[in-house]
Design a protein around this ligand. Sequence first.
Ligand SMILES: [Zn+2]
Length: 276
Amino acid sequence: MKKIALFLLLVLLLSGCQAPQAAQVAATTLPVYEFTSRLCQGAGIAVARLVTEPVSCLHDYSLGVAQLRTLERAELVVISGAGLEDFLPLEAAEEVLDASRGIELLPGPDGEPDPHIWLSPACARQMSQNICDGLCARYPAQKSVFRDNLASLLSDLTALEDYGREALAPLAQKGILPFHDGFSYFARDFGLNVLASIEEESGSEAPAALLIQLSGIVEAENLPAIFVEVNGSDAAAGIISRETGVPIFSLDMAMAGDSYFDALYRDIDTIREAYT
Ligand SMILES: [Zn+2]
């Protein structure tokens, strides 16, 4: 009996070695997943992404069973932070790495901190630095790998920032009207001015008074375009576009899809094209 038990244990151990490696690190959203994956390149650490659906942003999001299991099994869970993941059962995680640490947060429309920090390349650099620090503390043997990867990641984020500064310089302090309250940090980095914070609830209709107010802004500021978010609601924007005759363009919150950098470069190009 003992021998059989020992044999079974051996089989279990051996098959465990051959099974695909479970993720050691899990990251919640595309930006923190992409930063973490790049930092872990060549370090032999598996990184999983929790949110993979085509969401516009994380408001009203809830985890499925498989995602919850990934969260529970990970040694380290990287979050974007600043309240974005308030919906997550983070107490189930072994260790949480908050990428927003030390970032000066802007107030959101309801007075709560605005969590959309990743849309600022400057904040994204701080997030990457924070993630690198957390990885170094958790896996000290791979410190030099993380730090080499960090240097390349930071330089890519600086190149993104330089590209946006140059592309959007002719629009200095121009007003933009995005139909999500997510572009404050982006606008601050690139010298734009968000004219109104609109937090459109999906599935609910925008009140008539708000539509009139927004149409008034479009006309008073002589805006050439308004912006909805990819995967977001465009009901109110559609009404305002018909009312004022201005076209609608889509901006990407970089929550879905598979490249943070592609999304941000596209957003910069979209705004420039919409305004020229
Ligand atoms: Zn959002």
